[in-house]
Ligand binder design. Structure first.
Ligand SMILES: C[S@@+](CC[C@H](N)C(=O)[O-])C[C@H]1O[C@@H](n2cnc3c(N)ncnc32)[C@H](O)[C@@H]1O
Length: 270
C-alpha cells in the first residue's frame, strides 16, 4: 500500500510539478542525460513556465546533486589547466579528446584560458543538439574552430579510438570521460578503459568521473528518463574502478571524492 501511494505521489504529483520547469521537464521527458540538460545545470539560470516554473527550476538547480555537478565542471577545468600549464612549461602543445563531451562547456572555458598554440581539443558526442550548442558556447568564449573541434559520432561505433587517432593523425595527450561510465555496464566500462589506454599517448593522462552515490537517486529513478529508459545509473565504489584500470595497464591512479560523497574524480597516468 505504501508503495502504491509513493508511486502515485512521484508519478502523478511530483512529475507534473517538474514538467513546469526546464530542468524538470527535460529530465522527465527522456532528455535527462543529454549534454544540453547538463549544460542547463552548469549555466544555472532558472527557466520554466511562468514564475512558478522558474521557481521550481531554481529549487532543482540548487539540489545538492546539481551543485555537485557544477563543482565537477570546475574541478575538471582546474585539473586540466594545471596539466596543460605543466606541458606548456616544457614547450609542448596539449591535445585533448573528450569522449561523450555533450555541449562541452568546460572545454570552452578551459580553452579560453590558453593561447591557440597551447591546446587542441576534439569533443565527440552523438547528440546533434548538444554539439550545436557546444559550437555556440565555444564561439561565445571566442574560442576558434581550430582550437576546439566537435565530431559527431557514437564512441562505440568509431571502431576503435586508437584507429580514429591514427586516421586523423592526432594522438591525444589527455582523454576525458565525464558523465559517461555511470551509464555503462561493467563489461563496457572495462572495454572503454582498455581502448583509452591504447589510444593515449605514452605518459598521457586519463581524467574521468564516476558516481558512487547520488542524493537525488530516488527522484531520478522514479520520474527521470533518458533516451534509453529510466534514469538509473551504475553506482560504483572507486576500488572496483581502480582494479579495472590496473587490469588494462594503468599504473599511476589517483582519485578524490567530492564533499557530497557523489562524484569520484580520477586522474590517471599511462
Ligand atoms: C551526462 S552527459 C555528459 C556530458 C559532458 N561530458 C559533461 O560532463 O557535462 C552524457 C553525454 O554522453 C553522450 N553519449 C552517451 N553515449 C554516447 C555514445 N555512445 N557516443 C557518443 N556520445 C554518447 C550523450 O549524448 C550526452 O551528451
Amino acid at each position: 500500500m505504501k508503495q502504491v501511494i509513493e508511486d502515485f505521489v512521484y508519478k502523478k504529483v511530483i512529475r507534473n510539478i517538474l514538467l513546469m520547469s526546464k530542468l524538470g521537464r527535460q529530465s522527465v521527458l527522456g532528455e535527462a542525460s543529454t549534454g544540453y540538460n547538463f549544460d542547463h545545470m552548469y549555466t544555472n539560470k532558472p527557466d520554466g513556465y511562468l514564475g512558478i516554473g522558474r521557481i521550481i527550476d531554481y529549487i532543482l538547480l540548487h539540489l545538492p546533486a546539481v551543485k555537485a555537478t557544477r563543482a565537477r565542471k570546475e574541478n575538471i577545468i582546474a585539473i586540466l589547466a594545471a596539466e596543460i600549464e605543466q606541458r606548456k612549461k616544457n614547450g609542448k602543445v596539449t591535445r585533448i579528446m573528450d569522449v561523450a563531451c555533450g555541449a562541452g562547456r568546460y572545454l570552452a572555458e578551459l580553452d579560453a584560458k590558453f593561447k591557440e598554440s597551447d591546446i587542441e581539443i576534439i569533443g565527440i558526442d552523438y547528440d546533434t543538439k548538444s554539439l550545436i550548442l557546444g559550437e555556440s558556447i565555444a564561439k561565445s568564449y571566442n574560442v576558434s574552430e581550430k582550437s576546439i573541434r566537435f565530431l559527431k559520432g557514437d564512441i562505440f561505433r568509431l571502431d576503435h579510438l586508437k584507429r580514429l587517432g591514427t586516421k586523423i593523425e592526432w594522438c591525444p595527450h589527455i582523454i576525458i570521460a565525464s558523465g559517461l561510465v555511470e551509464y555503462l555496464d561493467d563489461n563496457v566500462v572495462q572495454d572503454v578503459f582498455r581502448q583509452i589506454h591504447e589510444a593515449l599517448d605514452d605518459g598521457g593522462c586519463f581524467l574521468f568521473v564516476s558516481q558512487q552515490n547520488n542524493p537525488s537517486r530516488k527522484l531520478m529513478e522514479k520520474v527521470g528518463t533518458t533516451k534509453n529508459g529510466p534514469w538509473i545509473l551504475h553506482y560504483r565504489q572507486p576500488s572496483v574502478l581502480c582494479d579495472w584500470l590496473r587490469e588494462v595497464g594503468f599504473k599511476d591512479i589517483h582519485f578524490r571524492t567530492d564533499q557530497w560523497g557523489m562524484y569520484d574524480l580520477f586522474t590517471i597516468k599511462k
